[in-house]
Design a protein around this ligand. Structure first.
Ligand code: ZN
Length: 60
């Protein structure tokens, strides 16, 4: 089942969404985006917890 994430779900004014087949792959995409678009060279624990809570299973 694919996993999805949207920046809006953690309160960012950003239209980025990511989709991947595994949570590991998804987190890599999110980390890359956070670095390039939000200048987050390192995602802190609080933000990581928010991201993990916002990850959804795609329903089909
Ligand atoms: Zn974003």
């Amino acid at each position: 089942m694919a996993k999805t994430f949207a920046c809006r779900d953690i309160g960012l004014e950003c239209d980025f969404t990511a989709k991947a087949d595994s949570e590991d792959e998804l987190m890599q995409k999110v980390a890359e985006h956070a670095k390039t678009a939000h200048n987050m060279e390192h995602i802190d624990e609080e933000t990581m917890a928010k991201i993990e809570a916002a990850v959804k299973d795609e329903s089909d």
